[in-house]
Write a protein that binds this ligand. Structure first.
Ligand code: CIR
Length: 264
């Protein structure tokens, strides 16, 4: 088994991205692109085969591919993003995924953003958010239930996606901002809290046994390392102005024998 990571080139139009909880700040596109390149390099260094889906220069948020699909070993669920501007992002990711997985799709009136889906083993914690509604959650449950996955809705507040508030930091352990999500809602996961001075620090990307993590949150990083995590940092401050974190910029899934392990 190896890991394949889908990414997409950053669009110049990222300056027109959707924003929900942040005020618009100028984004240095060259710097954001450099961060994205460093991110892809870090994924490669962690053993991922990084494949870019076709560029979509007309789609401001297209770099945040995580929101377009939830990929499990058995099935890929194509999302219907809550922001209408983001729905055209899905087709190109769907085409890439069809080589590797059976697919199911969330349809109207359902909405689901991949950023709201936190997978821990066979449990999918799904944030109810401005982007993900109950119909979308029900459709996700219908698509994955047959494979033994339990879908657990989670309420949260104060940020865009559930995974802005909580991500998996290690098997059985979530990194959380308890001001935004009640750690008890993620039971039986144990939790590590972000440093209170770093509210945006709960978004980490577990790749194998390493934690890809923004360089901007040293105090939370120290907490993670004290808890035993192997942290690999990448600069992510410019992409953060678009309300994106490290999970957002890839869709990672297991492939037998690498990218050539496509379905027959
Ligand atoms: C949006 O608002 O949709 C984008 N500007 C940011 C999406 C970040 N994605 C994620 O957290 N999974």
């Amino acid at each position: 088994m190896s890991l394949l990571a889908l990414t997409r080139e950053l669009s110049d139009r990222i300056v027109e991205c959707e924003l929900t909880h942040l005020a618009r700040e100028p984004i240095d596109v060259a710097r954001a692109r450099a961060e994205h390149a460093a991110y892809e390099a870090a994924l490669r260094a962690l053993g991922c085969d990084v494949r870019r889906v076709p560029p979509a220069p007309e789609l401001p948020d297209g770099v945040f591919v995580e929101d377009t699909a939830v990929v499990l070993d058995e099935v890929a669920v194509l999302c219907r993003p809550g922001a209408a501007s983001r729905r055209p992002e899905v087709a190109s990711v769907a085409a890439a995924l069809a080589r590797f997985r059976e697919t199911a799709a969330v349809v109207s009136p359902g909405t689901l953003d991949g950023g709201d889906v936190l997978r821990a083993g066979r449990t999918l914690f799904v944030g109810r958010s401005a982007r993900t509604n109950d119909a979308g959650i029900a459709q996700l449950r219908a698509a994955v239930g047959a494979y033994g996955y339990e879908v657990v809705p989670v309420d949260f507040s104060g940020c865009l996606h559930l995974k802005t508030a909580a991500t998996l930091a290690a098997a059985g352990v979530a990194l959380v901002n308890p001001a935004w999500v009640d750690p008890a809602a993620l039971a039986p996961l144990r939790t590590v809290a972000v440093d209170p001075g770093e509210p945006m620090a709960a978004n980490a990307l577990l790749v194998g046994d390493a934690l890809l993590y923004p360089a901007e949150f040293p105090r939370t990083r120290a907490r993670l390392e004290a808890a035993g995590a192997r942290v690999v940092t990448v600069p992510a401050g410019e992409l953060a102005k678009a309300e994106g974190g490290v999970t957002c910029c890839s869709v990672i899934f297991r492939v037998p024998g690498g990218a050539d392990g496509a379905r027959g």
